[in-house]
Structures are given as structure tokens and as C-alpha cells.
Design a protein around this ligand. Structure first.
Ligand code: TXA
Ligand code: MG
Length: 341
């Protein structure tokens, strides 16, 4: 049948890597701004563009174009009542999409944007039902990854107001953290003029922290790299137990699951996959899938390891979750969801 869509390798100018120098480690080298301009135009023309962020890859469409947004749902196989996050280039665009923004939400935005954080706010008239799943709230994020930022800037120059982007996986599956995983996951569902921008491996590797800002106090709906400590240190609020709140959220995806069965901290049988910090030895007969040396490495490698198990036809993955607070909470949250079936 031949390729029906385009994958573009974007090379990034190191001089532009002001905040995210670490990206060099993911193999991103030089920039062709032209490629990003064309991708922005493709979005304006109603096509889909998958792009890297510092968390995971997103599947983008113009957030004000109902037909383009409906394609996100069909490509992902996602139920229509699941709301999408809108990505914008800066905090200045917040008031276009949201109203009645509490002061603590502005403080969070000023401190952690651009970055791995999504704020849920009361929607403006611009955020239509086809974005919010007919809810009165809307999710907004300013990503930090330089390709994502450049794409947003070029898109906004063309009159775009925001890019709606869920993680670039089929509904319920593991989020992709490399362009080739996006390709494997969605390649068969994309069309001729859709694109995948290749920005190497995502720096964080877990989805953004989602904070509900529609109440007097912030509530973490999904833990991430902006941690509960960072949030409560800034806004001085007692956030309570995040892990319980996440479990009771009916709005979030239930699973971030590979095909293999995920078991947490159980006995390992020969042939099982095994994921744990490097300090934990591989049990006899197990296939070691990842040996991250710290919690950051764990987050970055986890989804790649889960996908690699599926590719190798491994049926069961035994995972030893990291202990402690911060990013470890986000890892445990995703592992509980991956295992919860
Ligand atoms: O890191 C990320 O957040 C990535 C990158 C691409 O930005 N995006 C992402 O999007 O993970 P998605 O759609 O896969 O997950 C967003 C979650 C969904 O579970 C959705 O239901 C929830 O956020 N969400 C979005 N808007 C919401 C809203 N208004 N109220 C409550 N939950 C919302
Ligand atoms: Mg997702």
C-alpha cells in the first residue's frame, strides 16, 4: 500500500535550547525551521500532526476546527466524551480559553509553564463541546519542549489559537515517548497529509501533572513531574492524598496498559519481563526490560520498556515500583493503572 503519511525528522538548533539543554541526550541536533512551518500549515489546513513534548508525544489538531478534532477521536479510537488538552505557546493565551481563573492557578502557571503541567479551568466560549466532552471546564498546557514550542509559535502566526493534543496512542494504550512508537501505534490510522515530527526520546517520559483549578483549592487529578510538594510549596495548600484522588477520578483513562499483564512486586517466573531500579538484581530466568539508575530514568524508560515487552511477545511483566514521593508517585499511579484489570 505504501506510506500514506509523512514522518519528518526535525533537527533542532542547539542555540535555541535555552531551558532544555538536556534534550541533547535524546539525539536532537540541528533545526530546520522550515519543517516546523510546514507542520504548522498542515495543522491549519485541518490535518493531524503528532509532535514531541517533554512528557510524551501528542497527536495534534487545530483546537477550533471541529472536523480536525473529530479525526483525533477516530484515529485514537477514543470515546467522544473524553476531553482534550489544549496546548498554547504562553500564559498570555490562557484568558482566551478560560475565565474566572483563580489566583493560585495564575501562580502555578507563572511558576511551572512552560512545563509538564496541565491546568483544568472554567472554559471560555472558545472551548467548544467538541473539545471539553461537553463539560464546563477545559484543560490547558504550555509545553516546554523546543519543537512543540516552535510549532505552537508558527501555528499562532498563522492565526491558530491552540493545538488540541491527547497522547499519541490508541485509547487505553501506553503513551508513546519516541516518534517510532507513534508510528507503530498510529501509522495505520493516519492519512496522507498527516505528519509525525521526530524530536527523539521524550525527556520526562510520563504525562503531565493535571491540576483541577475549578475549586477554591487545587486538586491533583493526575500526578506528574510537577509534584504535589512543588505545588503545595508554591500555593501553600494542603492537597491531601493525591493517589486516592486520582483513583476516584471518573474522567481520566483507566489504563495506560500494554498487551502483557503487569504485576506489581509479585514472584517472577522464568520468561517473565522484569522492570526495577538497577540496584535490584534480575531474578533467575526473567527478561530484564529496564534497569534505570534513578527515579527520573525510571519515568523516562518505563513506557519504552512496556512497549518492548509487547514487541517481544512477553505475556507477563513483573514490576518493582520505586518508593518515595515526587516523580515516584506518578510512576506508581501509572503502574497501578497498567496493572488494574
Ligand atoms: O503530558 C500530557 O498531558 C500529554 C501531552 C501530549 O500534552 N497529553 C495527554 O493527553 O496526556 P491525554 O488526552 O492523553 O490525557 C489527558 C487527560 C485525559 O484523561 C482527559 O480525560 C483529562 O486529561 N482531561 C482533559 N480535559 C479535562 C477536563 N476539562 N476535566 C477533567 N479531565 C480532563
Ligand atoms: Mg492519553
Amino acid at each position: 500500500m505504501g506510506t500514506r503519511w509523512v514522518r519528518v525528522s526535525v533537527k533542532l538548533d542547539r542555540s535555541k535550547l535555552v531551558k532544555w539543554d538536556d534534550l541533547a541526550m535524546s539525539g536532537v541536533i540541528e533545526c530546520t525551521e522550515d519543517v516546523i512551518k510546514k507542520a504548522a500549515q498542515a495543522l491549519k489546513d485541518g490535518n493531524l500532526v503528532a509532535f514531541p513534548t517533554e512528557t510524551v508525544y501528542g497527536l495534534g489538531a487545530e483546537a477550533t476546527n471541529e472536523r480536525a478534532v473529530s479525526r483525533i477521536y477516530s484515529v485514537k479510537g477514543r470515546p467522544i466524551d473524553h476531553p482534550l488538552i489544549i496546548h498554547v505557546s504562553s500564559i498570555n493565551l490562557l484568558k482566551e480559553w478560560a475565565r474566572a481563573i483563580p489566583d493560585y492557578a495564575l501562580e502555578l502557571a507563572q511558576r511551572f509553564w512552560p512545563g509538564p503541567m496541565t491546568l483544568i479551568l472554567t472554559r471560555s466560549n472558545l472551548a467548544k463541546n467538541f473539545i471539553t466532552g461537553s463539560q464546563e471546564s477545559v484543560g490547558i498546557r504550555v509545553p516546554a519542549q523546543p519543537i512543540a514550542r516552535q510549532l505552537l509559535l508558527e501555528f499562532e502566526k498563522l492565526g491558530g489559537q491552540g493545538i488540541a493534543a491527547p497522547s499519541a496512542n490508541r485509547f487505553g494504550a501506553v503513551s508513546p515517548t519516541t516518534a517510532s512508537d507513534v508510528e507503530k501505534e498510529l501509522g495505520n490510522f493516519l492519512s496522507r497529509n498527516d505528519q509525525i515530527l521526530d524530536g527523539g526520546q521524550c525527556l520526562i517520559g510520563l504525562e503531565s501533572t493535571i491540576i483541577d483549578c475549578t475549586n477554591p483549592k487545587p486538586v491533583i487529578l493526575r500526578p506528574g513531574a510537577v509534584t504535589s510538594e512543588m505545588i503545595s510549596n508554591l500555593v501553600g495548600a494542603d492537597l491531601g492524598s493525591n493517589e486516592n484522588k486520582v483513583k476516584t477520578s471518573g474522567l481520566l483513562e483507566l489504563h495506560y496498559s500494554p498487551k502483557a499483564k503487569v504485576l506489581l512486586g509479585k514472584t517472577v517466573n522464568p520468561g517473565d519481563g522484569f522492570i526495577a531500579l538497577a540496584s535490584i538484581r534480575t531474578p533467575k530466568g526473567a527478561h530484564r526490560l529496564a534497569s534505570p539508575s534513578d527515579v527520573e530514568g525510571y519515568a523516562r524508560e518505563l513506557y519504552i520498556a512496556l512497549r518492548s515487552a509487547d514487541r517481544q511477545g512477553i505475556n507477563t511483566i513483573v514490576v518493582i515500583p520505586p518508593e518515595g514521593t515526587g516523580l515516584a508517585e506518578a510512576i506508581r499511579d501509572r503502574l497501578l493503572k497498567a496493572a488494574g484489570r
